[in-house]
Unconditional design. Structure first.
Length: 409
C-alpha cells in the first residue's frame, strides 16, 4: 500500500470543467452535512436534505427505505445502438451515517451535535452522490440506461444495506451492477485504490463471560481464578491464526475488551471479554466461532471454570467482481495520474456492508485517496480529528460519472 503523500493538492486537470464548476457546491453540501451528523437509522435531517435537493432538481426518488434510506432514479435519454438491446441499470451507493465520537477539529463546519461526528467521510460520500445525481440529471443525453443512486443509512452499524435490499432497493427496475467509493485517508489525495476480489474483510464479533469461584487473594487454593482463566484464553486465541489458518489466508482475532475484578486483594469470580474476527476468504465463515469456543471450553475445563459464549456475524467480505473492477480501474486511469495514481494492493481488514450489495449483483467498491498531510488532513478514520482534503469531492463525481458513461457505452 502507498504510504507516501504528495506535498501539493491533486491536479484536477483531468476533471471536466462542468464537474470542477460544482466543487464549491460540493464543499458546501459536505460541510452542511458535517455540521449535522446523525447515527445509524437516525439520519432524518440528512435524508430531508438529500430529498430536498433531488426534488429541486426534478429527480424521481423514494424515501423511507429501511427507515431513512433514499433511492433516486435517473433515466438516460441516449438511444440504444441496437433496438433489440435491453436498457441496463447501474446503481451507485453512498452511506450517510456518522459515529458516536466527540469532534476535536477546530473548524467553522465542526459538528453541532454533541458526541456525534462524521469521522469516516460519509458526509463526503453523500455530497459526491448528490453531485453525481445533479450532473447526470443535467446530462441525460450522454448515457443510454438507468442509474439508481442509493443513499444508505447505518453502515457503521447495525447495517442498512441488508434491510434496503430486503425492501427491494435493487428491484423495479432490476439492478445489473453496482459501484461505490470510500474516501480513504490511508491513501494520498489523487490516488484510487481498486482491485478485483476481496477488498475489505468479513467481520464477526463475540462476547464471553468466564465463571470461576471468587475468594481472598492470599488464599488462591480456595478459588477458581477467572482472571487467570481469561488471560490464558486471550493468549490461546492468538494461536488460531498462527496455527489453524492457512498462511496464505489473512485473518485477525482481536480481544478488544477484558473486564474483571473489583479490588486488588480479591480474586474475581467472573471475567468478561469481547472481541472481533476479520478474514477475507468466505470459506472461513463459521470456522472462527467454532474454534474460539473450543479453546474457551478447553481452558475452562482445565481450571474448573464455566463460561457463556455468544458470537454473531456483522458483515461478509467485500468482494469485487473482476469485470466491474476493471471498468473502475480503466476509468481511474483517465482521472488520476499513473502509476502512483492507481493502487491495486489496497486491502484492509476493515469491514463494510457494501458487501451485501456485492453478494446480490456484480459490482466494485473502491477507495478514493483523500489524505493531505500538508494541510494537516491525514488523521485516520474514526479519529476525533478526522478530516479530508475536499478536492477529492470533484474527483469522486468524475469517477462516478465516467463509470456510468463507460458502463452504458
Amino acid at each position: 500500500m502507498v504510504s507516501t503523500f504528495p506535498n501539493s493538492a491533486a491536479d484536477l486537470s483531468r476533471v471536466r470543467l462542468s464537474i470542477r464548476s460544482l466543487q464549491a457546491q460540493l464543499v458546501e453540501w459536505r460541510r452542511r452535512l458535517h455540521q449535522k451528523p446523525e447515527l445509524g437509522f437516525q439520519e432524518k435531517l440528512t435524508a430531508e436534505f438529500v430529498s430536498q435537493k433531488l426534488q429541486e432538481w426534478g429527480i424521481e426518488h423514494q424515501t423511507g427505505i429501511a427507515k431513512t434510506g433514499i433511492v433516486a432514479v435517473i433515466h438516460g435519454n441516449q438511444q440504444l445502438k441496437a433496438s433489440n438491446l435491453k436498457s441496463k441499470v447501474l446503481a451507485i451507493r453512498a452511506d450517510m451515517d456518522a459515529l458516536p465520537i466527540q469532534e476535536q477539529n477546530e473548524v467553522t463546519y465542526r459538528s453541532q451535535h454533541d458526541g456525534v461526528m462524521h469521522a469516516c467521510g460519509h458526509d463526503g460520500h453523500t455530497a459526491i452522490a448528490l453531485g453525481t445525481a445533479y450532473y447526470l440529471q443535467q446530462h441525460r443525453q450522454d448515457f443510454a440506461g438507468t442509474v439508481k443512486i442509493i443513499f444508505q443509512p447505518a453502515e457503521e452499524g447495525p447495517g442498512g444495506a441488508k434491510p434496503m435490499i430486503e425492501e427491494g432497493v435493487l428491484k423495479n427496475p432490476d439492478v445489473d451492477a453496482i459501484i461505490g467509493l470510500h474516501l480513504w485517508n490511508n491513501l494520498p489525495l489523487g490516488t484510487v485504490g481498486v482491485r478485483a476480489g476481496a477488498l475489505m474483510a468479513a467481520v464477526e464479533s463475540f462476547n464471553c463471560t468466564i465463571f470461576g469461584k471468587g475468594g481472598h487473594g492470599a488464599m488462591p487454593h480456595q478459588t477458581v481464578d477467572s482472571v487467570v482463566v481469561a488471560a490464558q484464553i486471550v493468549n490461546a486465541l492468538q494461536t488460531i491464526v498462527a496455527r489453524n489458518v492457512n498462511p496464505i489466508d489473512s485473518a485477525v482475532v482481536t480481544v478488544g475488551e477484558l473486564h474483571a475484578g473489583t479490588k486488588r486483594n480479591v480474586i474475581a469470580d467472573t471475567a468478561s471479554m469481547s472481541g472481533t474476527v476479520r478474514y477475507f476468504n468466505p470459506a472461513l465463515k463459521g470456522f472462527f466461532s467454532q474454534r474460539i469456543e473450543q479453546i474457551i471450553a478447553g481452558v475452562c475445563q482445565s481450571h474448573g471454570a464455566s463460561y457463556d459464549f455468544k458470537q454473531w456475524e456483522l458483515y461478509p467480505a467485500t468482494i469485487n467482481n473482476a469485470e466491474m473492477a476493471e471498468l473502475v480501474r480503466s476509468v481511474a486511469e483517465e482521472v488520476v495520474e499513473t502509476p502512483l495514481g492507481i493502487v491495486p494492493e489496497c486491502q484492509t481488514m476493515g469491514g463494510e456492508d457494501m458487501s451485501y450489495f456485492l453478494q446480490e449483483v456484480p459490482g466494485c467498491y473502491f477507495f478514493l485517496g483523500s489524505a493531505n498531510p500538508a494541510k494537516n488532513l491525514a488523521y485516520p478514520h474514526h479519529h476525533p480529528r478526522f478530516d479530508f482534503d475536499e478536492t477529492a469531492l470533484a474527483m469522486g463525481v468524475e469517477m462516478f460519472v465516467r463509470c456510468v458513461e463507460k458502463f452504458f457505452s
